[in-house]
Ligand binder design. Structure first.
Ligand SMILES: Nc1ncnc2c1ncn2[C@@H]1O[C@H](COP(=O)(O)OP(=O)(O)O)[C@@H](O)[C@H]1O
Ligand SMILES: [Mg+2]
Length: 377
């Protein structure tokens, strides 16, 4: 693969040399796969679930047929089928023995195969009645079941199946998967409370069927060393103090760390100092200001006040306590709960447990959080 312009990509996966840490998680999921144990991978958005799945795909593709499917854009069972078939087709090169078998099988189902004009990758579309989709999905899985090579099927943003008009999808998929011995699944999702409920509520079909893996942020020290090394490899010297500040400013949230490092890397000469980083940070916020005003404009006064309170706390807990409500003049606990609900639905904040097992709330977008902290309004 060609060397990237910057060693800090903010979209996509480009191989182990651009990938920081995740050694333990890689080991855990690999062990789950060897033990035929399905895994549920959950974390907030932009922490690195997709990156980790692509990393596993890269590492395991010699030993397994590793299929990765992101179903976030799908809205019904037919689109689910099309996505699965497309991803199965793209998981193995056509020239290999298994690749040819996969192509022949998919073609035998008589879909329309087109090629993406940009990537050249094949896209599969079935022109069938929506009610026949489940049948075709069953055919795809039974084909995978018959392969000599073990199959790993990673389904990203899995909670999306709950949005389909076909309400029995969850139970149907579960029973389908129970019949497979040769296919091990990884279910990944960003909507953490929905994923938790799907897999740990005894009343739901997938209850207890997988091992949970909650993906935490990459550790401060490993990320710091990774960043310093990546700069050094390209002949740039970045002081540890600057890297530490970048990591603190971005709350170690993977996407924002990458974004900040990418900017500093691309806009710097060979030596970097704190002033330079401060200028970049300011520019990052200035560029987004228009978007942030837009966010603010769609909020009610109460919602905005609560969001601002959470931003100023960084990690805010006990939001309905007398102390928190008074400190930030939020009215009543009932008002806070209502605002909290809408902020969560708008994906402006997320909740998580910290190391003391206390539930806290934070602003999702780190740049937005920093921007609010800088406002005097
Ligand atoms: N371990 C990692 N090392 C370096 N960059 C990473 C790592 N994991 C993710 N990223 C980067 O962070 C961005 C956000 O990660 P992603 O995997 O898309 O998050 P999620 O799927 O949890 O929303 C990705 O585009 C990728 O460039
Ligand atoms: Mg993702």
């Amino acid at each position: 693969m060609n060397e990237l312009l910057s060693p800090f990509p903010t979209v996509g996966y480009y191989g182990p040399e651009y990938f920081c840490d995740r050694e333990k998680e890689t080991e855990t999921i690999t062990a789950n796969i060897s033990g035929l144990q399905p895994t549920t991978l959950v974390a907030a958005r932009r922490i690195g679930k997709t990156g980790l799945l692509k990393h596993l795909q890269r590492l395991l593709s010699d030993n397994y047929i590793f299929i990765y499917a992101d179903i976030l854009p799908t809205e019904n069972l037919r689109e689910f089928l099309n996505t699965l078939a497309t991803c199965i087709l793209n998981s193995v090169p056509e020239k290999t023995g298994i690749g040819a078998k996969i192509w022949n099988f998919i073609k035998s189902l008589r879909p329309l195969i087109t090629f993406d004009p940009l990537s050249g990758e094949p896209q599969v579309t079935f022109n069938i009645q929506p009610k026949d989709s489940d049948n075709q999905v069953e055919l795809l899985f039974s084909f995978l079941e018959k392969q000599d090579k073990r199959v790993v099927f990673a389904i990203d943003e899995f909670q999306q199946i709950l949005e389909y008009p076909e309400k029995s999808t969850e139970a149907w998929l579960r029973s389908l998967m129970q019949q497979l011995n040769n296919v091990t699944f990884i279910f990944s999702g960003s909507q953490q409370h929905i994923m938790n409920d799907m897999f740990s509520n005894p009343a739901r079909p997938f209850f207890g069927s997988t091992v949970f893996l909650h993906l935490d942020k990459i550790g401060f020290e490993p990320y710091k060393n990774f960043i310093i090394n990546k700069f050094a490899e390209r002949g740039k010297n970045i002081p540890e103090t600057v890297v530490s500040e970048i990591l603190r400013w971005t709350n170690c949230h993977t996407f924002y760390v990458q974004l900040a490092c990418n900017r500093v890397f691309l806009n710097s000469e060979n030596t970097i100092d704190l002033d330079m980083w401060h200028d970049e940070a300011k520019m990052l916020l200035d560029e987004q200001e228009y978007v942030f005003f837009g966010y603010r404009d769609v909020l009610t006064k109460h919602q905005w006040k609560l969001l601002r309170a959470i931003a100023h706390e960084g990690e805010a807990s006990s939001l309905t306590s007398k102390e928190f409500v008074q400190k930030h003049t939020l009215g009543s606990p009932a008002t806070v709960l209502r605002s909290l609900d809408s902020l969560q639905k708008k994906n402006l904040i997320f909740s998580q447990y910290n190391s003391n097992v206390t539930l806290y709330f934070s602003v999702y977008n780190v740049l937005f959080e920093r921007w609010i902290q800088n406002q005097r309004i």
